[in-house]
Design a protein around this ligand. Structure first.
Ligand SMILES: Cc1ncc(COP(=O)(O)O)c(C=O)c1O
Length: 404
């Protein structure tokens, strides 16, 4: 018997639209995603076809991937504990390595305790769903990371966004919410991952105190990179101890995977027993736990890395601005290069790739239309020669495309 053809549904339509967009980019030689590299990513990276490129898109801001002490710690952990934790943290997945990492993070972040999750994404979901629910209000910066949005969606709390870094708007939302909710939680990224600017911690903190709100900050892009010794946003503003819920990732300056929440003992004990991703998802593997543990030591033992990162970011950003590029309000190692047009962003990426510079195009829907850009990222291991090569490539390509 012949089967009747399946009726096309919304899933077919979504896949069809996506596939057409991808095919058009591939036909124009403008598809830059999922590029396979081989070997260890540092200030340069080797592509699968053998080309060596300057790496201008990695989150490994301190260049710690491949650090001998961190690798040795991971190898020793595999030899001692094997490759998996064998369960969830609450039941069989906790090793003494996990305990030591949590103590180390608490010391680094100057908090009583911390708990570690299997990714930064999951950490944001775990914090927000663990601590808020129906009857609560979450106010988040419009440019906060997607994992914060997803946490809000899952929590059942009411949530609203305030205009990016607009403290007057945040105050308006706080004043109209006062007395209406069980908890009000304000959430912001410390360094915004697409724009590279820094949250206004002093005013956000002042508003939270005035209106009785809790403050959660996502330090994904500031741990290791912001502050004179890389201790993050509180060091940057000289406001140690001002954040209630201090979240960070172990996948960027820390060359591992995972995320953490640091805070007071009661909060962390609660999260270890009540947050669903801690209870229902496997523990971080021993090698990654040991690598993260060693990396916090390396950051404190090798302070030149943070100093060098700050030198590299000034040299690069000043160089781009002198050529006429718009780097938005970036003051950090995340440097957007605003193009404002999707096709031209892709053309610029092609030209930079052809000149040996690995960059990532960020276009709609990741950013609003007209805000298409390259998001470039710096590392403390970038040499003057890397930066000069990148700047020369930007100058040539920008002039050829009429962008500068
Ligand atoms: C601000 C921010 N928070 C959270 C995450 C998620 O972290 P992870 O990649 O470690 O899951 C990211 C990832 O890029 C991020 O940029």
């Amino acid at each position: 018997m012949l089967e009747a053809p399946r009726v096309q549904d919304g899933i077919d339509q979504r896949i069809g639209e996506y596939a057409a967009r991808k095919a058009a980019l591939e036909a124009a030689d403008r598809y830059f995603y999922l590029q396979p590299t081989v070997g260890k990513t540092n200030h340069t990276v080797q592509m699968k076809d053998g080309r060596e490129m300057v790496q201008l898109a990695s989150y490994s801001y301190l260049g710690l991937i491949g650090h001998p002490r961190i690798e040795a710690a991971a190898i020793e952990a595999i030899e001692t504990y094997g490759t998996g934790a064998g369960g969830v943290r609450l039941l069989t997945g906790t090793t003494d390595l996990h305990e030591r990492l949590e103590e180390r993070i608490a010391r680094f972040t100057k908090r009583e305790d911390s708990c570690v999750y299997s990714s930064g994404y999951v950490t944001n979901v775990a914090i927000i769903t663990g601590l808020t629910g129906p009857g609560d209000l979450i106010l988040m910066d419009k440019l906060d990371h997607a994992s914060i949005v997803d946490g809000c969606l899952l929590s059942g709390a009411k949530w609203r966004t305030y205009r990016h870094n607009d403290m007057d708007h945040l105050e308006k939302l706080l004043s109209s919410a006062a007395g209406e909710y069980g908890t009000i939680l304000v959430v912001a990224d410390s360094v915004f991952s697409m724009d590279g600017d820094v949250m206004d911690l002093p005013r956000t903190k002042e508003l939270c105190e005035r209106y009785g709100a809790r403050l959660m900050v996502d330090e994904a892009h500031s741990i290791g990179s912001l502050g004179a010794t890389g201790h993050g946003i509180e060091e940057h503003f000289d406001m140690i101890g001002s954040i209630d819920l201090k979240m960070g990732t172990l996948s960027k300056s820390i060359p591992s995977v995972g995320g953490y929440l640091a805070g007071d003992t009661g909060l962390i004990d609660f999260q270890r027993h009540m947050s669903r991703p801690f209870i229902f998802s496997a523990a971080l593997p021993p090698a990654q736990t040991a690598a993260a543990l060693a990396a916090f030591d390396v950051i404190e033992d090798e302070p030149w890395r943070v100093e060098q990162l700050h030198r590299v970011q000034s040299r690069y950003t000043d160089g781009l601005k002198a050529q006429g590029w718009n780097t938005m309000d970036s003051t950090t190692c995340v440097v957007p290069v605003l193009v404002g047009d999707e096709a031209k962003t892709m053309d610029l990426t092609r030209m930079l790739f052809d000149r040996g510079i690995f960059v990532c195009p960020i276009v709609h829907p990741a950013v609003p239309r007209g805000m298409d850009r390259l998001r470039t990222c710096l590392m403390s291991t970038h040499t003057d020669a890397d930066i000069d090569k990148a700047l020369a490539a930007f100058a040539d390509s920008g002039k050829a495309l009429g962008l500068i």
